[in-house]
Design a protein around this ligand. Structure first.
Ligand code: SF4
Ligand code: SF4
Length: 408
């Protein structure tokens, strides 16, 4: 059922489906899986509380006010609640709809600084990769001059990496698989893509990169409720990787968004494209990789968008176990608090959530400092910000490739 047009003088209802909203039976089984509920203990910071707030606006005429906006904006959008819900409430869709409504009708005027930052980031920078790379050079200079404001969780940028574009080995014929490199990850963590490429080529694949338009998958835009902008970016991404070859994504958040293109764009082309998307480990597990045992222990952190959304987290454990002594955490995959730009806009909650995750990682590692694997660039940066040694699974696999390999 689609949301009806408002008839009672309100400006608009939420962009959510009433049946989705009605599916919650308020059982509360999702609460222990919600990171914001775990750190605050507040019903309003729980999935059930957020659904209650949405119902109040949608069904009972409550105001779309600052309190409602706060309840929605404090959600990390980790979707741990969705995975735990016995009634299959599509919480991610509900939250995206609520955010889209807030984006259209902000109940409180945003500060001019935040408005400019959001416009510049979402509308100017992310859709233009050349500009993002140029901006990254400026950031790199600022970082070296130590004038980046404290609290901006920037990874240490690498000039060496920025000047070396990715160069897949020339494909003799058809591309066996694409590696999607995206926006921020390519600018700030290109060495991860380099490692993924090395592993894919060691697995015998002729790898292609996205052509024109493959700048940004739109995941951050969806999170922020900027759905029309996300659709435009996604449409360009679909066109940038033609053919039938799998589209391998080494960012859990991007992969989750791209697997959902059928829902976002809703065309046969988008659905066919979404069916080709594979997480990096999901693709790698089906290949023979020339790895050697390292004897090192790795604690795997399951990014929410891999575990709860793609439901593909086990593949990272499986592939890494070919070379490492792999262990997981005992916290049922509770979020680390990174959540796209969440760590920037909700630093206190993100920090409190992260502290619990760091404790879980340490418990898993035992007496030594953990070496952690994370398949999501946002989680990786967020956890590194707490001093944790985090690598992408592709980097760990590349480090374990046999040095002497027979020619392919
Ligand atoms: S979202 Fe699902 S698990 Fe949570 S209270 Fe509603 S029905 Fe229960
Ligand atoms: S998406 Fe995550 S943070 Fe948001 S309500 Fe669900 S469990 Fe809580």
């Amino acid at each position: 059922m689609t949301t009806p047009a408002p008839t009672d003088g309100r400006v608009a209802l939420l962009h959510v489906d009433d049946d989705d909203l009605a599916a919650c039976v308020a059982c509360g089984l999702c609460l222990p899986h919600c990171p914001t509920y775990r750190v605050t203990g507040l019903e309003a910071a729980s999935p059930r509380g957020r659904i209650t707030a949405m119902r109040a606006v949608q069904w009972d005429g409550a105001a779309l006010d600052a309190t409602f906006a706060q309840y929605m904006e404090e959600c990390v959008q980790c979707r741990g609640c969705e995975a735990a819900c016995p009634s299959s409430v599509p919480f991610g869709r509900l939250m995206e709809g609520a955010r889209a409504t807030l984006q259209e009708q902000p109940p409180v005027k945003r500060s001019p600084l935040r408005g400019v930052a959001e416009w510049f980031g979402f509308r100017v920078l992310l859709p233009r990769h050349w500009l993002l790379l140029a901006f990254t050079w400026l950031l790199l200079v600022a970082q070296r001059l130590r004038i980046v404001p404290k609290g901006v969780a920037l990874p240490r940028l690498s000039a060496r990496s920025l000047v070396r574009p990715l160069r897949p080995a020339p494909a003799a014929g058809e591309v066996d698989a694409y590696l999607f490199t995206g926006c921020v990850m390519d600018a700030w963590q290109r060495d991860v893509h380099r490692a993924a490429l090395e592993v894919m080529e060691a697995g015998g694949a002729a790898v292609g990169l996205a052509g024109r338009g493959g700048d940004c998958c739109g995941a951050l835009h969806v999170h922020a409720g900027r759905i029309d902008e996300a659709r435009r970016l996604a449409t360009r991404v679909v066109a940038s990787m033609p053919g039938d070859a799998p589209v391998v994504v080494d960012s859990a958040g991007c992969g989750a968004a791209m697997k959902d293109y059928g829902h976002l764009i809703d065309t046969p082309e988008a659905r066919a494209f979404a069916a080709r998307v594979r997480d990096f480990a999901e693709w790698a597990r089906e290949r023979h990789l020339p790895l050697e045992l390292t004897g090192r222990r790795v604690v795997v952190q399951d990014p929410c968008h891999l575990r709860h959304v793609q439901r593909a987290a086990s593949f990272t454990h499986e592939v890494l176990a070919r070379a490492y002594d792999v262990t997981g955490t005992d916290d049922d995959g509770l979020c680390c608090g990174a959540g796209g730009v969440y760590a920037v806009v909700q630093p206190e909650l993100a920090g409190a959530i992260r502290a619990r995750k760091v404790e879980a990682l340490q418990r898993a590692a035992g007496d030594t400092a953990p070496l952690v694997a994370s398949a999501n660039p946002g989680c990786l940066m967020h956890l590194r910000g707490a001093g944790v040694d985090v690598r992408h699974p592709a980097e760990l696999l590349a480090a374990a490739l046999k040095k002497e390999r027979p020619p392919l």
